[in-house]
Design a protein around this ligand. Structure first.
Ligand SMILES: [Zn+2]
Length: 388
């Protein structure tokens, strides 16, 4: 096996198994060959922990990817056709002869412009800053002793716009500092680290996370995580109440499950909890999994629960699927497996929201940015169908 590929599998499995770094299929990694001509990169839709020599990656031509976003004609296309064109062209940059229609990550353009080994994560500790109004200033304070400071990348729509923006900013950084950045913080998105060896890249990830955590205040979660019999009865009652209200208000019989998490329960008990939930989605990644706003319930046993849910359906034109109940915690629509997956993502989002609230306020996706993701997801889906 090519050495670059075995390095990629090793770093992917290492970060992929750490769930404070990676949730679900999120995050991606790449390693360039020593001659710099090819790059092995995670394929979309596979988890990093599951990558092995036969699946979960593609090899692409570095030169071919660079020419995609150097192409000025793409910049002039309308958004939808541009993103489709970009996805199709990225697919054509694969030079691995793999009999697979899996696609190289849409974030490939970010990887090709950086050093040999790249790790990109939607890590909670980093997002606490990347999703906060004063996050940029706090990041530069935290890393003020670095000779080569992190590069902060203001938000850009995923795909072509982000690739182009990062390309321009990295070129500027290189002119100023005589080298490429090794730490990039992408506003409302995540972290990118790049180093010339897998071990250095892994070490840098740990260092950045440690630094970011050192600037966050811990939430007291109470001494015992044990749920007593009385709590269980109350939780089951709330599950039933929400399911019944969803049936009356939305006409669908759905299963509702409690997501047990010390942190979420502690957050639901703070005076700010309501405000945290009200802020818009934080990142494109979050929007991909949590498709309607988290609903705040001051009292899930109240008689007008059905009215509240009807109102939320009318307002958002979507049925709520996650409920944060004051002083109790999180309830999710779906089976046990779904509850675990969505619960993890919402718990992560609440953790970030609480930290960002303490850093000048939450800086979520605005309406235009959310609209782009809504359409982009649809386009991606179509691309997938067309590829079958
Ligand atoms: Zn990302």
């Amino acid at each position: 096996m090519d050495e670059a590929l075995s390095q990629l599998i090793r770093i992917s499995n290492t970060v992929g198994r750490d769930n404070s770094l990676v949730q679900g299929v999120g995050g991606n990694t790449s390693v360039k060959t020593d001659d710099g001509r090819h790059m092995y990169i995670k394929a979309s839709g596979t988890a990093l922990a599951e990558m092995d020599k036969g699946r979960g990656w593609r090899r692409i031509s570095v030169e071919a990817v660079q020419s995609v976003f150097r192409d000025k004609s793409l910049g002039r296309m309308d958004v939808n056709s541009r993103e489709l064109e970009m996805a199709a062209r990225l697919q054509m940059t694969c030079d691995d002869n793999m009999k697979s229609d899996s696609r190289p990550s849409v974030e490939s353009p970010l990887h090709v412009i950086l050093d040999k080994c790249v790790i990109h994560l939607h890590a909670l500790a980093v997002l606490s800053y990347a999703s906060a109004k004063n996050g940029k200033a706090r990041i530069f304070e935290l890393f003020s002793d670095e000779k080569y400071p992190p590069l902060w990348v203001p938000y850009a729509d995923p795909g072509f716009s982000l690739g182009r923006k990062a390309f321009n900013l990295v070129s500027k950084y290189q002119k100023q500092y005589g080298r490429k950045p090794s730490i990039m913080i992408l506003e409302k998105h995540g972290l990118l680290v790049a180093e010339n060896s897998p071990d250095k890249a892994l070490r840098l990830v740990r260092k950045v996370i440690r630094r970011c955590k050192s600037g966050l205040t811990q939430l007291k979660t109470g001494a015992s995580a044990k749920i007593n019999k009385q709590d269980i009865a109350r939780i089951e009652n709330i599950e039933k109440k929400i399911a019944k209200a969803l049936l009356v208000a939305g006409g669908k019989k759905l299963s509702v499950n409690y997501f047990a998490s010390k942190i979420v329960s502690a957050i639901s008990d703070t005076p700010n909890a309501r405000l945290l939930v009200k802020a818009p989605p934080l990142t494109p990644d979050e929007m991909g999994f949590v498709t309607s706003p988290i609903m705040w319930l001051e009292n899930a046993e109240s008689k007008n629960l059905e009215n509240q849910i009807s109102l939320s359906i009318r307002k958002n034109q979507k049925q709520p699927t996650t409920f944060l109940v004051s002083g109790v915690g999180l309830f999710v629509v779906g089976n046990k497996k779904m509850t675990q997956m969505i619960g993890d993502i919402v718990a992560g989002s609440l953790f970030i929201r609480r930290n960002a609230q303490g850093m000048g306020g939450i800086n979520g996706l605005n309406k235009r940015q959310r609209d782009f993701i809504d359409n982009w997801e649809a386009e991606k889906f179509r691309v997938e169908l067309a590829g079958k």
